[in-house]
Design a protein around this ligand. Sequence first.
Ligand SMILES: [Zn+2]
Length: 402
Amino acid sequence: MQTAYVNGQIIDGTGKAFRGYMIVDGDKITEVGSGDLPLTNASVAVHDIGSKTLMPGIIDCHVHLRSDGVADPRAQSASDTDAIAVLRSARNALRSLDAGITTIRDCGSRNGIDFSLRSAAQQGLCKTPRLVLSGMMICMTGGHGWPLGLEADGPDGLRRAARSQIKAGADNVKLIASGGILTPGTDIGAPQFTVEEMTAAVEEARTAGKTSCAHAHGTTAIKNAVRAGVDSIEHGYLIDDEGIEMMLERGTYLVATSSAVRNVVRHGVKAGIRPEVVRKAESAIERHVEGFKRAYKAGVKMAMGTDTGVPFTDHGKNLDELVYLVEMGVPPMEAISISTSKSAELLRMADRIGSLEAGKQADFIVVDGDPLQDIKILQDKSRILRVAVGGQVLVQRDARPQ
Ligand SMILES: [Zn+2]
């Protein structure tokens, strides 16, 4: 039996919006068109979505499901048993789904917790968005994230580390190219892995048909990671013009995670965040906003990521990032494309997800209102009326009374 959504605004994820209809059959979209539903002999269940908007499910390319957005997520992760961490990850995946996220890339878990979550979801034990997993992040000895990361050194060490995560089930190899905001004693401007080290891991990922990404803040770290050939730079808070040029040349994506730095600065020490963490975020936020604007203007490819799971960047608030993109000069239509079709391209899933087009998986959301008029409505979960993954409606809410 087919389902047709009619009379709504369709934002297709590729930059087009029109009044029209979409037909879903099983897990796939079979037809999207403008105007009224054509007459058909097939039996079709018709949903009139009226003044609402139908758009692709949102893709968040950078989260950490294992931790909540508490003041010290590292302490939480350290005290969780693996069993608790899997349950926490499942709860966080559900919160993301509930907010309109249909695909999520976890950028660093531990002890196979992310793989256990996927297995649990496949067995029907929990509902999650589509999961793209990295296993453990790979860092140098004592590098950013080491308490939860896989430490490796030298090209051979990196090769082995990447292979071990791919063996465990990783879809993406996550590398740490610079110091980070949350790890004590690491300077965000300081590069960590060398180009040679990262090149070895990137080659392994590519050979196995996987993506790779690098956490990189400082200008040298960004360039090192781009030279090594990663698919995306994560954060890139201190990016300079040369880094922008290199990313343009090689088609490297930027996953800006504006939410992460903003939430640390906004909540600060008074909310219990360690002073060193707040100081580092404060030192980066202006350069991040300015660097992002220059990168966007220059035409650097963008995908959407939040770093949800770091202090006060909560699971289920992922769509705040679209508001920040708009605040930094991205038109609402473009912010939606970045968070759907462009993110799907980064994840090399654009043949299946990321837009409302015939033949794609039916990953979509129904939004009460028009996000092109006011992007902030996406932050309000009560306006995300329906969330479907592969044609299965996993979240459903009644529209608020007018
Ligand atoms: Zn992260």
